[in-house]
Design a binder for this molecule. Structure first.
Ligand code: PMP
Length: 454
């Protein structure tokens, strides 16, 4: 059962679950969703421990993150007792429009009501064409065709395959601390060794360079065996920002040595950093391939997209025989396309990119004001609403001893000692930004306001 939070014991608010939305609506013989939710209320962690992932259920219980959320709206989650939480994890940056956005929700409901076909497979689905055209308008850069996927890692898998096929080269270069997903191809270019343990051998010929190191990149590319350099414009693990000019010069080096420049905007894209792509803030960077996913889903329907140049695309899909040489059953499903279109509609209509820039700036200012007060806080890194708070060794002797003691036990402990009270005392969901990195990360939905920032 879900534990009672301190706040829950203090105020016994009634359940926020929207039973009115489902009760009595199910057709005779249909699945009664309201009844199902009521019958299993509070069983979240027990069911997970029994049937899904006992280890993760245990981790959440240890950290005190084992709340049972029953309602979500915008940047907030509510537990069964009606306690409200500010969600700065944002579904790992997959709910830029805010959770259960009424416009996205209505578009999906309206679409379902049409009984429009999906997954015909041997047709050219209308909505894929419409969404592809909308994405091209926003991404530009002479990227001519859009391949739809179902997730971030699938977008990267497609990018790897396209790059290898288009260049007839086999190796991929990636950055230290990179995260591109956990299927075998993406895992081969993961910058964190511990993710790979036990899953090898993976793709041969992948090599790692330090992020922001152009010399190392040039050395790797100069062998002229590299199909692509795959890079996140801002690294999700650690919220590492590119040095000024790094991405522009990296793309130029790729061109010089015949490698493709692949921008993994799975996390940074769809407005997160205040522009549709994070690359737009990096000068004249001309990517050959751009990978998207996460928030294109509207937080509802898994979807991803890979935008490529015609020259690349036509080497992959090079003949009628090869017209669907890369594909998958659920890619470009109609409901996913509607989720994407509704997301773009909300992003523009509510100026969420402008809000991300404004609220991100306010958050950085406020956090930077704290720097002189807290020796453990070293730096605030921010682009739009992608924020990393770097912790580190304090200056004063007494505090240094505490820092090294905690760090010696476990490098993840210190940032958890901030993340846990943020949850317990303030009901704010945050996360540690990566393995062994003392960085706290904030990627809230782009709908937050000044009150949330405060
Ligand atoms: N690329 C980046 C930059 C990501 O942040 C992620 C997910 N955190 C992925 C790829 C993989 O996406 P998914 O979890 O949808 O496979």
């Amino acid at each position: 059962m879900c534990p009672k939070s301190i706040a829950e014991r203090q105020d016994s608010a009634t359940s926020p679950v929207r039973e009115d939305a489902v009760s009595g609506r199910s057709r005779a013989g249909g699945l009664d969703v309201g009844e199902l939710l009521r019958r299993h209320r509070g069983e979240n962690y027990d069911l997970h421990a029994q049937h899904v992932n006992p280890k993760f259920a245990k981790v959440l219980r240890i950290l005190g993150f084992d709340h049972c959320y029953e309602r979500a709206e915008g940047a907030y989650l509510w537990d069964a007792a009606g306690n409200r939480y500010l969600d700065c994890i944002g579904g790992h940056a997959s709910v830029n429009t805010g959770r259960n956005h009424p416009v996205v929700k209505q578009a999906l409901i309206d679409f379902l009501a049409t009984d429009y076909p999906s997954l015909v497979q041997f047709d050219a689905p209308l909505l894929a064409g419409v969404l592809a055209a909308e994405l091209k308008k926003r991404v530009g850069n002479d990227l001519d065709y859009v391949f739809f996927t179902n997730s971030g890692t699938e977008s990267i898998e497609a990018a790897i395959k396209f790059a290898k096929c288009a260049t007839r080269r086999s190796s991929i270069v990636y950055a230290d601390h990179a995260f591109h997903g956990l299927t075998s191809g993406s895992l081969s270019i993961n910058g964190e060794e511990s993710f790979r343990e036990g899953f090898g051998p993976l793709l041969p010929g992948c090599s790692r360079v330090p992020f922001n190191d152009l010399e190392a990149l040039e050395q790797a590319l100069s062998r002229k065996e590299v199909a692509a350099f795959v890079v996140e414009p801002i690294q999700g693990k650690g919220v590492n920002l590119p040095a000024p000019g790094y991405l522009e010069r990296a793309a130029a080096l790729c061109r010089k040595y015949g490698s493709l420049f692949v921008a993994d905007e799975v996390q940074t894209g769809v407005g997160r950093t205040g522009t549709f792509l994070a690359l737009e803030q990096e000068g004249d960077v001309q990517p050959d391939i751009v990978a998207l996913s996460k928030s294109l889903s509207g937080g509802y329907v898994p979807v991803g997209a890979v935008l490529t140049r015609k020259s690349i695309w036509s080497r992959v899909f090079s003949s009628l025989d090869r017209a669907i040489v890369h594909s998958s059953t659920f890619h470009q499903g109609s409901l996913a396309m509607i989720a994407g279109l509704a997301t773009l509609h909300v992003l523009d209509g509510e100026d969420l990119m402008g809000n991300a820039a404004r609220m991100g700036g306010l958050l950085r200012e406020g956090l930077e004001e704290l720097l002189p007060r807290f020796e453990f806080m070293h730096e605030v890194r921010q682009r739009g609403l992608m924020i990393g708070i770097q912790l580190g060794e304090p200056k004063s002797l007494g505090l240094r001893a505490t820092w090294s003691l905690i760090n010696k036990a476990d490098r993840n402990l210190f940032p958890q000692a901030v993340v846990i009270p943020l949850m317990d005392d303030h009901r704010i969901l945050t996360q540690v930004a990566g393995h062994n990195l003392p960085v706290i990360k904030l990627v809230p939905p782009l709908v937050i306001d000044e009150g949330d920032v405060q």
